[in-house]
Design a protein around this ligand. Structure first.
Ligand code: BG6
Length: 498
């Protein structure tokens, strides 16, 4: 179905996410004519603010980050749909007033009464917000309308808290009205993974342990703990912040079986099987063998000197939180038996780049002598999630000349050249999907819980075992600790160079 008009209520409206992502996404949808006519936005937060002040703050950020630039006239029209609602998240009365306010908006603007609640506050308030929505009756829609909720990350900090949150959510909204956001699923290149695999006949027959040697997922960031981020990050770490959600989601799209259809449950049934099939690293020994955690030390990134992780603003000087993690994952299914999946994620690496590389087995080496040369690893399919979105396929070719010498060459597809116009931001697609009631690109309850189950063992080994595995170190602006290289070397592999 199509996205329907509604009022979007954003909890945590004075926060960074609202300013940098959510409102610019809604603005760009409006500019592209994709936003259903009559969408209203209410920002809900604790700080005292007039509508004008709230709008001015949003405008300032939109000018900086909007994908399509900032047009004064278009913004002027768009911003009329935004108002501010001041309330504590814990104050029942604030939700009563919100309810009256939403009815009023519907009366004034001829809205039908559809509501999309976007919970983007600090995670401590998720429960309170849900309970209060329920107490005010806002979780129930009037006849012929809907009330839906989008829950931002972090969805819990371990299995127990995620289960608890799922309980609270399910007491308040039906699963079909619940949208657990993972913005990586909204990225154009992530959506294209299923198309690449299932709409092309050349890859799927090879997509298994007979032809694939190993798969790598790298998510590199050059940023550190700017803008006070250290306060949150130091309580989370790379594994919880990125692997539990974004990277396991990407991996499940790469590894899943073909779904029977593209319905939300069709796709999610297959994805959850992948996560459920992960071999569990459930002892400190297994964790030490398969997972590397690290912190950066002072160094240079983009030519500028940067502090080490423990010297960052709002980070504990004796912190044992990882800002880098590398893992070997084994998916115990028929298709993937014996194929390692390697995942690495780090802050303060040399650049920002996320990619998936599929390394095919080498052909028998009887004909050409490629031993030890760069042509030894013949075929690699690289899916660039971001930036410079695209896909490249490495093949081996003869170097023109009178002797038989081989070298890898690359066939390259770039979104920018093939499609010209830029892709929408992940949040644009996901907001529209929620307005249309399509949860395909949102995480289901069981996926989130299965992922936490896997992550919990590792966190446990790190923080609660008698002899916790070491915290590896690397210099900021380099490609991670040498322990992560050793992890692959044990299997006769090496990280792909980006
Ligand atoms: C967020 C994490 O979910 O994703 C951040 O909390 C991370 O730490 C960000 O930087 C990365 O998102 P993107 O879209 O910039 O790759």
């Amino acid at each position: 179905s199509r996205p329907q008009p509604c009022t979007v209520v954003i909890f945590g409206a004075t926060g960074d996410l609202t300013h940098r992502k959510l409102v610019p996404a809604l603005y760009n949808l409006a500019v592209d004519g994709e936003l259903p006519h009559g969408v209203k936005i209410v920002g809900f937060a604790r700080r005292d603010k007039a509508d004008d002040e709230f709008r001015a703050g949003l405008e300032e950020l939109n000018r900086k980050v909007s994908r399509s630039g900032h047009d004064d006239e278009l913004w002027g029209n768009f911003v009329q749909s935004i108002t501010y609602h001041r309330s504590e998240f814990t104050d029942a009365d604030g939700y009563q007033r919100l309810s009256e306010r939403l009815d009023e908006i519907d009366r004034e603007c001829g809205g039908k009464g559809n509501r999309l609640f976007y919970i983007a506050s600090a995670p401590d308030f998720f429960d309170d917000i849900l309970e209060n929505l329920k107490a005010a009756g806002l979780n129930k829609a009037s006849d012929g309308c809907w009330a839906r909720v989008i829950v931002e990350k972090p969805f819990g900090t371990d299995l127990a808290t995620a289960r608890h949150l799922n309980e609270v959510v399910s007491r308040t909204f039906e699963e079909r009205d619940t949208f657990r956001i993972d913005h990586y699923l909204g990225k154009e290149t992530a959506q294209n993974l299923m198309v690449l695999r299932f709409a092309n006949s050349i890859f799927e027959p090879l997509w298994n342990n007979r032809y694939i040697d190993q798969i790598q997922i790298t998510c590199a960031e050059n940023l550190g703990m700017e803008g006070g981020r250290g306060g949150y990050y130091d309580t989370a770490g790379a594994l919880r912040d990125m692997v539990q959600n974004h990277l396991l989601q990407l991996m499940s799209l790469v590894a899943m079986e073909p779904p029977t259809d593209l319905s939300a449950d069709g796709v999610r049934d297959e994805k959850v099987k992948v996560i459920r099939s992960l071999r569990q690293w459930d002892t400190p020994e297994k964790v030490a063998k398969n997972v590397v955690r690290g912190q950066y030390q002072a160094g240079y990134v983009d030519g500028e000197s940067v502090p080490g992780y423990r010297e960052e603003d709002r980070v504990d000087p004796e912190s044992m939180t990882e800002a880098y993690v590398a893992l070997r994952l084994m998916v115990d299914t028929w298709r993937w038996s014996g194929v390692p999946f390697y995942i690495r994620m780090g802050k303060r690496l040399p650049k920002k780049a996320t990619e998936i590389s599929v390394h095919f087995k080498s052909p028998p080496s009887v004909l050409f002598n490629t031993q030890g040369s760069s042509a030894a690893e013949s075929n690699v399919l690289v899916i660039r999630i971001q930036p410079d979105e695209g896909i490249s396929l490495r093949t081996v070719s003869k170097i023109p000349g009178t002797s038989m010498r081989l070298e890898p060459v690359k066939m390259d597809f770039r979104y920018a050249t093939s499609f010209g116009k830029g892709s929408p931001e992940a949040y644009e697609r996901l907001l529209l999907d929620a307005m249309a009631g399509d949860a395909t690109l949102f995480a289901r309850r069981d996926e989130v819980e299965e992922a936490w189950k896997f992550i919990d063992h590792i966190e446990h080994a790190w923080h609660e075992s008698e002899e916790p595995p070491v915290m590896a170190e690397f210099v900021a602006g380099t490609w991670g600790p040498k322990e992560a290289d050793d992890l692959l070397r044990e299997d006769g592999h090496a990280w792909r160079r980006l």
